[in-house]
Design a protein around this ligand. Structure first.
Ligand SMILES: *Cc1c(COP(=O)(O)O)cnc(C)c1O
Length: 384
């Protein structure tokens, strides 16, 4: 079998290793000066007031739900095509994720479906910038405003992306990034909550540390040992040496994003001539971050099912993947909320056809050629 090309892989260089080593030699291993420095680096990059760094993207989603005050019985609208964490975070607060369908071209949350799912219990919408493409925030923001809802951006795919010139992370009331190794930058595990609203940021900050306030006035009054726990929180802290890695990684985003665009252009050009193979639609309003490069394979034209194509790619040493199994079809969601096949037909159709091709800055030109060649062979062998 030829050498496996992964679908995604982190890039770590000597600068990163040096930054982490230096942090490990300092006195503070967990919350130290680098946490705040990383928060400031990301918020400066995005152009937003506040950032709260946490131990992973799922914790960031949980903190965002806590900050906006999701309670039992509250409903939050989420898209069918996303990682399960987007919907799970609503359940962490006792709320109900109401799963809405996506639009067929780009697999992003469909504003019309959002509007159709709003009830008196709806409190928020979580949009997901799937594959690294920001959603239609003008339309979603308008819907949220008209119905008095909070708009949340699960921007875990989209650090560096932009919508109408504004960066992902600054497009909603509160936004979330993940720094898992497959994402745009990594801290090993890590995440961040971003918002313009200082009150929401403070709530997320307390939530990260057991719901404990760090009010200097109280300490001055009662003594330096004094603290108050005012609500339930968790230990969702990130370490200083992880933030050292994040600060170092963030500097590479412009170069990495240029490379992701190059790869997308190469794929796009090569696949344009293949009938039945279509990349997802890209809006002219966005700067795509290309976390994923997703193609739709139409078996009626290519003569090969997604399942068989997936197998053929893997046998050729191409580490393709599928993002995602629609959330409402997961056994837990079927059982707990009664979701069933037919609830989100666009997502279900797409799921039968999508494949994510390898996409990461370290992907070599020769590897891109191998991927393109494999797509040609797989579709030529089967097309009728
Ligand atoms: C990765 C991801 C998450 C979760 O992030 P973790 O850091 O793995 O917890 C949430 N939502 C989406 C869309 C993601 O891709």
């Amino acid at each position: 079998m030829p050498l496996q090309i992964p679908y995604n892989h982190q890039t770590i260089d000597e600068d990163d290793i040096r930054a982490v080593s230096e942090a490990l030699r300092s006195d503070l291993l967990t919350t130290g000066p680098l946490v705040e420095k990383f928060e400031r680096a990301v918020t400066d990059f995005v152009g937003v007031d506040s950032g709260v760094a946490v131990c992973n993207g799922t914790a960031a989603l949980h903190a965002a739900m806590a900050a906006i005050g999701i309670k039992p019985e509250d409903e939050v609208i989420v898209p069918a095509i996303t990682f399960v964490a987007t919907a799970n975070c609503v359940i962490f607060m006792g709320g109900k994720p109401v799963i809405a369908d996506v639009t067929p071209g780009d697999l992003l949350l469909d504003p019309e479906q959002v509007e159709a799912k709003i009830t008196p219990r709806t409190k928020a919408i979580i949009a997901v910038d799937y594959a690294g493409q920001p959603c239609d925030y003008d339309t979603l923001g308008d819907i949220a405003k008209r119905h008095g809802l909070l708009l949340v951006d699960d921007a875990c795919h989209a650090l560096g992306a932009a919508y109408k010139g504004r960066k992902a992370g600054a497009l909603a009331d509160i936004s979330v990034f993940s720094f898992h190794p497959v994402k745009q930058i990594t801290t090993g595990e890590g995440g961040m909550v971003l918002t313009e609203n200082r009150e929401l940021a403070e709530k997320a900050r307390r939530f990260r540390n057991h719901g404990i306030t760090t009010d200097h006035n109280q300490r001055a009054e009662h003594g330096t040992w004094y603290y108050e726990m005012t609500e339930l929180g968790y230990n969702y802290r990130i370490t200083d040496f992880q933030c050292a890695l994040g600060i170092s990684q963030l500097q590479k985003i412009p170069a990495w994003q240029a490379r992701r665009h190059e790869i997308a252009a190469r794929y796009g050009e090569a696949l344009a001539e293949l009938p039945g193979i279509n990349p997802l639609a890209v809006s002219p309003d966005v700067n795509h971050a290309y976390h994923l490069y997703v193609i739709r394979l139409d078996p009626a034209i290519t003569g090969i099912s997604r399942k068989a194509a997936f197998q053929a790619f893997r046998e050729a040493g191409i580490g393709v993947n599928v993002h995602y199994i629609p959330v409402h079809l997961q056994p837990f969601y079927r059982k707990k909320f009664g979701y069933k096949r037919g609830d989100c037909p666009v997502a279900e159709d797409a799921y039968e056809q999508i494949i994510s091709l390898p996409m990461f800055p370290g992907l070599l030109d020769t590897e891109i050629d191998r991927v393109i060649q494999a797509v040609h062979i797989i579709t030529r062998e089967h097309s009728r």
